[in-house]
Design a protein around this ligand. Structure first.
Ligand SMILES: O=C(CO)[C@@H](O)[C@H](O)[C@H](O)[C@H](O)COP(=O)(O)O
Length: 261
């Protein structure tokens, strides 16, 4: 600890540390203007890039997205469940995949579980066996023929995602992959029923486009299931038993339909 008449070493002087990290804050008005212009230019460029990527995916993958959703609807209608998985940012996307099917903004809840959610299971499998089996072992215990495996990987090369798909394929599950770049090992292996590849080298643009892809998959699956409602009404095949939530009821978090406060 330094006394008042001692000068602390350079690496612990807070202002100099911050100046190194954020030079534009210390460079006067001109430096700040340049930094703001650069931030604005970069934001506009990223926004344009994601719009272009989403448009490209919509044009190139529309038919396969529709086919995939029909197959997912077939599985749900026959009592299948969805399991999702991925690492890092894709682990949170896997959670959102499960959430949008299980707690959708419209329509019926569908059985879905993210394999990234249970920290005890994830750490025990990683610690006791290895990180590469962290999703595959869960699928081996939970997955059945007729279920759906949705895996996300920006590189397409994560060993635990690949092992999970191998396990899912062995069990006769429908396998749906979301990857980026050129698709990586997932594309090379060719073991997936459907693989949607976002053609970008930016991890963040890939993740943004994948967000759109899985929301589109949910929306198309919902439509496919609703189209199967038996003539004369009743529940769509595969709908959970019991009264369930009224799909037409306003939802508190849906500002377009809920009561205005
Ligand atoms: O890009 C982010 C967050 O946006 C990272 O957390 C990223 O997801 C992690 O590095 C993952 O481990 C990458 O795995 P993958 O997408 O290549 O399968």
């Amino acid at each position: 600890m330094s006394t008042p008449d001692e000068t602390p070493p350079e690496d612990v002087r807070p202002s100099e540390g911050l100046e190194g990290l954020y030079p534009f804050l210390y460079a006067g008005r001109a430096g700040l203007d340049t930094a703001l212009e650069e931030a604005m230019r970069s934001t506009v460029q990223k926004a344009a890039e994601i719009v272009r990527l989403r448009r490209q995916m919509a044009e190139e993958s529309a038919a396969e997205l529709a086919a995939c959703a029909e197959e997912m609807a077939d599985r749900f209608a026959a009592g299948g469940r969805l399991f999702s998985f991925g690492n890092g940012g894709s682990s949170t996307d896997a959670q959102e995949v499960a959430t949008v099917f299980l707690d959708p903004p419209r329509g019926r809840a569908l059985p879905a579980l993210s394999l990234t959610t249970d920290v005890a299971v994830v750490t025990a499998l990683s610690n006791d066996v290895g990180f590469e089996v962290v999703f595959a072992r869960q699928l081996a215990a939970l997955g059945r023929s007729g279920d759906i495996a949705v895996g996300l990987s920006t590189s397409g090369g994560s060993a635990n995602v690949i092992r999970a798909f191998e396990e899912a394929a062995r069990r006769g599950m429908l396998t749906v992959g979301l990857a980026g770049g050129g698709g990586g090992r997932l594309a090379e292996l060719g073991l997936l029923d459907h693989l949607f590849i976002v053609p970008s080298s930016s991890v963040h643009r890939i993740q943004e486009a994948q967000t759109t892809l899985y929301h589109v998959l949910w929306e198309l699956t919902r439509h496919a299931l609703e189209a199967r409602v038996p003539a004369g009404g009743g529940q769509p095949p595969g709908a959970p038993e019991g009264p369930g939530p009224d799909p037409a009821a306003p939802r508190a978090r849906d500002p377009g339909r809920g009561p205005r406060s």
